[in-house]
Design a protein around this ligand. Structure first.
Ligand code: OGA
Ligand code: MN
Length: 294
């Protein structure tokens, strides 16, 4: 068996076959997949029947895993999965759908807004790897936007304008957009805004991309309404259908994406049904801009 990558969306999404990710990879196989990630930015695989340990082991081929702490309002004691597995399901520890008004569910609805994972951390994520353990038939697609293409198609004036701009990102901002603001003082401290460049350079390919995320609340040095209006405008540009791919999930699909070059969101679905999605996250290695002293 050898790895084959079929292009689903030109230069953006590849569908991989000829490899069983539940088994240990050779260094050459891991390098081939990483090269595929650099060439595309999203890779889709089918029929990968992972256990959590196998998913973690596969993910570690691309770097150390990011811990999920600091990225949600679920208390450690209420977790369904271990701390290295991001639980992006609609389920509680009892494996049943969360109640409509459950605070954890309301917080997690933020995943329906276009974002880049962990842009609210000083060192944001490299890859996210999402396994569809139980998928829903209707709705629940995950959509991706190519932020390199979004950057490339900006006019020169806008490129020059954003070159050195720095944004503040926080879960407080993205959740605030949805009217979710009931955060404890400890949560507000945990979600303290961080700084990210608006135009970033990919460390492996050297390609530039627009680093947008619903976690953005302002641009440093700008009046907030002007910053938000501009970010909204750039986001509208970036998520035009010509830059996006919508993934309709099949059972045991596995999708990995490069957060340094993409945004994504999940579409709504009937949340009385079980949608069991489990994510591992490969940590990034550097800040995009210097942070303020703590
Ligand atoms: C994620 C996320 C997408 C989904 O895993 O990072 O935003 O389809 N979820 O649940
Ligand atoms: Mn996400």
């Amino acid at each position: 068996m050898s790895i084959t990558i079929r292009e689903l969306t030109p230069g953006f999404v590849g569908e991989v076959s000829g490899i069983d990710l539940t088994q240990p990879l050779t260094a050459a196989q891991a390098a081939e997949l990483e090269a595929g990630m650099d060439r595309y930015a999203v890779l889709v695989y089918h029929n990968q029947r992972f256990t959590d340990d196998q998913q973690k082991a596969f993910s570690r081929n691309f770097g150390p895993l990011e811990e999920t702490a600091g990225g949600n309002v679920t208390k450690a004691a209420d977790r369904r999965l271990d701390p290295e597995m991001a639980d992006v399901s609609n389920l509680g520890a009892d494996h049943k759908p969360l109640a409509r008004d459950d605070r954890r569910r309301l917080f997690n609805l933020g995943n329906q807004l276009w974002h880049s994972d962990s842009s609210f951390r000083a060192i944001p994520a490299k890859y996210s790897l999402l396994s569809g353990r139980t998928v829903v038939d209707a709705g629940g697609n995950t959509e991706f936007a190519d932020m390199r293409a979004a950057y490339d198609t900006l006019d020169d004036r806008t490129k020059a304008e954003i070159e050195d701009l720095v944004c503040e990102h926080s879960l407080i901002y993205s959740r605030g957009t949805l009217g979710f603001s009931d955060l404890s003082e400890a949560e507000q401290r945990m979600f303290k805004p961080v700084r990210q460049r608006l135009a970033r350079v990919h460390p492996a390919t050297g390609r530039k991309s627009l680093y947008l995320s619903s976690h953005i609340g302002t641009i440093i040095g700008w009046p907030m309404p002007e910053a938000r209006a501009f970010i909204r405008d750039l986001t509208e540009h970036a998520v035009q259908p010509r830059f996006t791919y919508s993934h309709k999930w099949r059972q045991h699909d596995f999708v990995m994406w490069d957060n340094r070059a993409t945004m994504h969101r999940v579409r709504r679905f009937d949340e009385t049904l079980i949608r069991d999605m489990r994510r591992t996250t490969v940590a990034g290695s550097t800040v995009t801009v210097e942070q303020l002293a703590a």
